[in-house]
Design a protein. Structure first.
Length: 112
């Protein structure tokens, strides 16, 4: 006669311990808008160049964003996770500093 734990009979404990884990619900990361602020010193050409180089915008998109900043005093360059937004702002500030422009960028949480 086979024992209760005999795998041939299939009627008993297989000796494998299983544990049920609670599934964690993943939420989307919070997103942040990167904002360009208008000033009277930074050239339009420089802003377009930064939007193309750092923010990977097309020529036409970069020009449209720059004109929005110029006309309204503020414009959104893009929406990113916190770390990406922070990195893009730091890269742009460094480029502006190298070219002696006082260009200011900030970020704010995106409203859902």
């Amino acid at each position: 006669m086979a024992s209760k734990n005999d795998p041939k009979t299939g009627d008993g404990d297989t000796g494998v311990a299983t544990e049920t884990k609670k599934k964690e619900k993943l939420s989307r990361p919070k997103l942040y808008k990167v904002l360009f602020h208008n000033d009277n010193y930074t050239t339009m050409e420089f802003v377009v160049a930064v939007l193309k180089e750092v923010f990977h915008k097309s020529e036409s998109d970069a020009f449209a964003i720059m004109m929005n900043v110029h006309k309204n005093g503020l414009g959104v360059a893009g929406v990113y996770t916190f770390e990406v937004a922070e990195t893009k702002i730091n890269q742009t500030h460094e480029l502006a500093k190298q070219h002696e422009y006082p260009l200011k960028l900030t970020m704010e949480p995106e409203e859902l």
